[in-house]
Every structure is written in structure tokens, then in C-alpha cells.
Design a protein around this ligand. Structure first.
Ligand SMILES: Nc1nc2c(ncn2[C@@H]2O[C@H](COP(=O)(O)OP(=O)(O)O)[C@@H](O)[C@H]2O)c(=O)[nH]1
Ligand SMILES: [Mg+2]
Length: 253
């Protein structure tokens, strides 16, 4: 059991499973759990810093795409690869609990991809990304797009060494999600409001959704897109180009 997010995080964190069906004198009260949580996050933060230095040393832009399941992360990646792949070398890590369904989609779209399955874990962690990089082998100057496990809770806590977290928020989810999952929306460098092609058919107030976002995150960029129709995608590509240039500057500093 992962003390940090409540998932069975053995695959996710590498820490050992600690069964609770025996009496034990050692501390298992709330204080002990907080301590375990702090240790897990500190270990992850150290691995994330290692990843960040690794990316910087190779002039690689790494971004972390997070969302509720089905918000459109993979669809967004497919279109991005089709439209931007010739201009920017795009490499993908696919995180899911099980299956290689998304990796197959990315492969068909034409980008090198590594699938990471987290088993019972609900998020990618920095060590998984480090192992994924050994298989993916992105070249100098690449952009690595990491699709996290679909979940608005645990991925907010785990730094992967990315330059920015991208929250994909779709109009079928309801305007209240930023205030219900503030940690995730607070961690966002950019929020892509996806599936705007469906706005005529759903009861979703964009202004209210953006106001809710602003109540937890004053600075995140926001772009309204449809990964299905391509609407708004040019602005997303501009954002990626800008981040790519910022990563280059950091690498040469
Ligand atoms: N109408 C519409 N459907 C979308 C859009 N983006 C994704 N979808 C659909 O939403 C479903 C989930 O998309 P997927 O990319 O697999 O989401 P993920 O779980 O976040 O990777 C699929 O049926 C997609 O075709 C969009 O912009 N508009
Ligand atoms: Mg997906």
C-alpha cells in the first residue's frame, strides 16, 4: 500500500509491501504513515532531479501529460505527432496500469514509444521514467511527451523531472473539476481544454470552468482545443515550440 496516494504502489515506487495482518510494536499510527509518505516523496524527488539533469544535459524537453481517464491525451498526442513530428523529434512514454493499447496508437501515428505498465499503481514515478528513457533513447534535441496514468489525484504528487505538467481537461468532465482536484490543477503549467467540438452538445460553461481554474492556479496558460477536429491546436504547437526553445536555453546556460 502506497502511503502517499493509497494505491498498491509496489510497482510504482519500488518500496516493499508491508502486510498488516500481524501485531507489531513498531509505529504504524498516523505519524508513521506521514513519515513513510515523506520518505517516498523524497526518494522520488531525488530521482526526478536526476532525470531533470539528464534531460538538461541532452537538451531534451520533457513534459508530463495528466488528466482524468479519457480526456483525450492519446488523441492529442496522435494529432501532435502528425502535425509537428517532421519539425520536432517527438518521443513518447505511455503510462497505463495495463495493456499496450496507447503505445500501439502512438506507434501507428509514427513516433518512437515505450509503454510503462504500473500494475496496481495509479501514477508514473521518476524511477519508471528513468528506466523508460533507457529503452526509448531519445536523441539530443528531442521532445519527450510523457502520458501519465489517467487519474487526477496521484500524478500531481510525483515529479518526473519534467519541465511542465500539462493538464488535459475535457468539456465532458464538468466545470467543477479544478476545485475538486486542486492539487493537480495547481501543478499545471498549462491547461488544455479539450473536446470543444462537443460544446454545443454538453452542459459545460467554459467561463465558469476557467474561473474555477483561476481560483486554484492564477498563472497557468490555457488553450481551448479539439484534438478531434484540430481546432486550437496551432496555439498548443506554439506553446510546445516556446517550451522547446526554453529547454535549449536552459541546456546551454
Ligand atoms: N469529440 C471529441 N472526442 C475526443 C477528443 N479527444 C479525444 N476524444 C475521444 O475521447 C476518447 C478518449 O480519448 P483518449 O485520447 O483515448 O483519452 P486518454 O485516456 O486521455 O488518452 C476517445 O473516444 C477519443 O476519440 C476531442 O477533441 N473531441
Ligand atoms: Mg491514453
Amino acid at each position: 500500500m502506497c502511503a502517499t496516494c493509497g494505491c498498491s504502489g509496489d510497482a510504482a515506487t519500488g518500496h516493499h509491501r508491508h502486510e498488516h495482518n500481524h501485531p507489531h510494536p513498531h509505529g504504524h499510527g498516523p505519524g508513521a504513515l506521514v513519515e513513510i509518505e515523506a520518505r517516498i516523496l523524497a526518494k522520488n524527488d531525488a530521482a526526478a532531479e536526476h532525470n531533470r539533469a539528464w534531460f538538461r544535459g541532452r537538451d531534451i524537453l520533457a513534459v508530463n501529460l495528466v488528466s482524468a481517464p479519457g480526456a483525450g491525451k492519446t488523441t492529442l498526442l496522435e494529432r501532435t505527432i502528425a502535425d509537428l513530428g517532421a519539425e520536432m523529434p517527438l518521443y513518447v512514454i505511455e503510462g497505463d496500469q495495463a495493456s499496450a493499447v496507447d503505445a500501439a496508437r502512438i506507434e501507428r501515428a509514427g513516433a518512437p514509444v515505450v509503454q510503462v505498465n504500473t500494475g496496481t499503481g495509479c501514477h508514473l514515478d521518476a524511477a519508471m521514467v528513468a528506466r523508460g528513457m533507457q529503452r526509448l533513447r531519445p536523441p539530443t534535441g528531442a521532445a519527450v511527451l510523457i502520458e501519465n496514468v489517467g487519474n487526477l489525484v496521484c500524478p500531481a504528487l510525483f515529479d518526473l523531472g519534467e519541465q511542465a505538467k500539462i493538464v488535459v481537461f475535457s468539456v465532458t468532465e464538468g466545470e467543477d473539476k479544478p476545485i475538486k482536484y486542486p492539487h493537480m490543477f495547481r501543478a499545471a503549467g498549462i491547461v488544455l481544454l479539450n473536446k470543444i467540438d462537443l460544446l454545443p452538445h454538453v452542459d459545460f460553461d467554459v467561463a465558469r470552468a476557467l474561473a474555477n481554474l483561476r481560483s486554484v492556479n492564477r498563472t497557468a496558460d490555457t488553450i481551448e482545443v479539439s484534438a478531434r477536429t484540430g481546432a486550437g491546436m496551432a496555439a498548443w504547437y506554439e506553446w510546445l515550440r516556446h517550451e522547446r526553445a526554453a529547454a535549449r536555453q536552459a541546456a546551454s546556460a
